[in-house]
Design a protein around this ligand. Structure first.
Ligand SMILES: Nc1ncnc2c1ncn2[C@@H]1O[C@H](COP(=O)(O)OP(=O)(O)OP(=O)(O)O)[C@@H](O)[C@H]1O
Ligand SMILES: [Mg+2]
Length: 367
């Protein structure tokens, strides 16, 4: 029997929400459609402010609600645009927006906002959210969560495949049919590139990597950045923008006794993304294999060109080759995670997150 779910993904790039509708049958995706909704200027400013400054609890509460309203409006528009019927939709899987991810140390935690109660009441569809904290309660990292979906969709009996998602943060899933699944956040994908572009040129991102292309790599800076302890840690590991941000970059820039051109810094940050992905992949699997790429970073043509230069023996192509729009893979994963929750099937991967055991993820917010 087929079932229909909505997936909503809002990631660390703070660019908006990717929404999709997915029809599943037991073992495959029958069809999907999706669309990206960008944040309004006002909401975007609030979210950046929330992330960059320590706002009051009252502001946090207000933004949580405003984001819940925004997600609801997007889903209602989406339902109308694609002429969907609420009654046919089993549930919405909402990632929420991670504003702080701190999965290690004493009292580890992760916080997602975008009140799911508002979404369920406004759309009149059950909402599954809070996917990460059950895994953290079992001593896991609560991230990445998409590897179980990657394995379900891309797993192949004969071939090793790597799924590389280039969002704000980069994460990889390595599916070797003869070995246990591996998944981890390799470090920044777009977040430092975006933050530097916004700070220096007041643009949201380096379109197609055009500016980085004009710069030169500073090997002194690159060596310092790649020596950061996150890159030396072994998995399980996950990270976020509370760690990889401009303060992190300045910490290293301040250690150099010479200035670097802004474009050279951007070029170096692009290389940092590429190199840390390459190193993570090679530390898990030295042989070349197929790499399937997704996430907004697929549109950064220069970054992809550099990735191909660094991994010349790997076959690298977009998830589109397997009929998944690279911009929608993560939102489709959240539709799938909602389906797992409704069917009471565990969907964390303890070998990826480090959790003590498998568990059902997500809380249900009734319509
Ligand atoms: N034409 C382009 N050129 C360069 N970069 C692009 C382009 N289009 C999108 N991007 C990058 O993709 C980012 C958005 O990617 P995406 O939506 O996958 O990330 P996200 O919302 O942070 O999700 P995740 O949770 O997976 O990290 C933008 O912030 C930008 O950096
Ligand atoms: Mg996004």
């Amino acid at each position: 029997m087929s079932s229909i779910y909505i997936g909503l993904m809002s990631g660390t790039s703070l660019d908006g929400a990717d929404i999709c509708i997915v029809e599943f049958d037991e073992n495959k995706i029958v069809s999907y459609q999706g669309k990206t909704f960008h944040f309004t200027k006002k909401l975007s400013e609030k979210l950046f402010e929330l992330r960059e400054k320590q706002l009051s609890l009252k502001s946090l509460g207000k933004i949580d609600k405003a984001l819940g309203n925004f997600f609801s409006e997007c889903i209602l528009d989406f339902i109308q645009e694609f002429s969907l019927q609420n009654k046919n939709i089993s549930a919405i899987g909402s990632s929420g927006l991670t504003i702080y991810h701190h999965p290690t140390g004493s009292n580890p935690f992760t916080i997602q906002i975008g009140d799911p109660n508002v979404i369920s009441k406004k759309t009149k569809i059950d909402v599954i959210s809070d996917f990460r904290r059950a895994d953290i309660a079992l001593n896991g990292e609560g991230a990445p969560l998409t590897p179980a979906f990657h394995k379900w969709y891309f797993g192949n009996e004969d071939k090793t495949r790597i799924i590389l998602n280039l969002g704000g943060i980069a994460n990889i899933t390595i599916i070797d049919p003869k070995k246990n699944i591996v998944g981890l956040d390799t470090g920044p994908a777009n977040t430092l590139i975006d933050n530097w572009s916004r700070k220096i040129w007041n643009i949201p991102f380096d379109k197609d990597g055009q500016l980085a292309k004009q710069g030169k790599i500073s090997s002194s800076l690159l060596n310092l950045l790649t020596s950061d302890k996150y890159f030396l840690r072994k998995p399980p590991k996950s990270t976020g923008t509370e760690y990889f941000n401009l303060d992190w970059l300045y910490h290293y820039l301040n250690q150099l006794d010479f200035d670097i051109e802004n474009k050279d810094i951007l070029r170096t940050l692009t290389q940092l993304t590429v190199l840390t992905i390459k190193n993570s992949i090679e530390s898990v699997i030295p042989e070349p294999c197929e790499i399937i790429i997704c996430g907004g970073g697929v549109s950064n043509l220069f970054l992809i060109e550099q990735l191909k230069n660094q991994l010349p023996r790997h076959e690298i192509h977009s998830s589109q080759r397997y009929n998944l729009d690279p911009n929608l893979v993560e939102s489709i994963a959240f539709a799938w995670l909602a389906k797992q929750r409704i069917n009471k099937i565990p969907s964390n991967e303890p070998l990826v997150t480090g959790a003590d055991r498998k568990t059902i993820l997500g809380s249900i917010h009734s319509k």
